[in-house]
Design a protein around this ligand. Structure first.
Ligand SMILES: [Zn+2]
Length: 219
């Protein structure tokens, strides 16, 4: 995330079948697997197709609402949004549209419309996406460029527990989950990007991009 020169080994269970080595950065505090353990695109695609992405499933909608509800309350009518990492079934895009917003979904595997990355948005949402990112520092910079001044970025990813719980944490065992964040990592990101951070619910971070001088809010 921060490109620090050195990271510390956090957990090594690579002796076990499917085990990996996890490192924690002393600067941004992200926990990430090593380069050798990053999955290839075929592995990722196969795994993502097993996800539940049905917009009509009430449990899945309730899950997405943990991010969408607090984000929605911050938006003006007519705000335009992007679901970044929408996956194979763009359920959150459907929910955003049902709530009257203009919304699109981008996904590097399932909906790779790069023209969507040439626009600017009042808000961007990422659910269950950041834990898959091989180069999260680059992704945050890219997202910053896609958000209008005064806009916001909503992120939902399971925050990592400390080591005693991390070892048995189901979330870290998914081979496509390669990066794990905490409130302190989110604070580091906000400081680095000059965004204001809000932590409205468990596993949810909302970043507010400041309105630059001389610009009105275009949210
Ligand atoms: Zn770091």
């Amino acid at each position: 995330l921060c490109a620090a020169a050195e990271t510390a080994l956090f957990l090594d269970d690579s002796e076990r079948l499917g085990g990996r080595r996890f490192f924690r950065c002393p600067v941004c505090r992200i926990i990430a697997v090593g380069q050798d353990d990053l999955p290839d695109r075929a592995t990722e695609r196969k795994r993502y197709l097993q996800h539940n992405n049905d917009v009509d499933d009430p449990d899945y909608r309730a899950f997405l609402a943990r991010l969408w509800d607090p984000v929605r309350l911050l938006l003006s009518d007519g705000a335009t949004g992007l679901d970044y990492g929408a996956g194979p079934g763009p359920a959150l895009v459907a929910m955003m549209r049902q709530d009257g917003f203009v919304a699109e979904g981008y996904d590097p595997i399932f909906a790779p419309q790069t023209d969507l990355l040439k626009r600017k948005y009042g808000f961007i949402v990422c659910t269950e996406t950041f834990e898959h990112m091989h180069r999260p520092g680059d992704e945050f910079s890219r997202l910053d460029g896609l958000i209008r001044p005064g806009g916001l970025l909503g992120v939902m990813t399971a925050f990592a527990p400390e080591l005693e719980e991390f070892e048995n944490w189901y979330y870290r065992r998914d081979p496509t989950h390669v990066a794990f964040y905490s409130a302190e990592t989110m604070k580091w990101i906000a400081g680095r990007m000059s965004w204001r951070l809000e932590l409205p619910a468990r596993d949810v971070a909302i970043f507010h991009k400041p309105v630059e001088q001389g610009h009105s809010s275009l949210l």
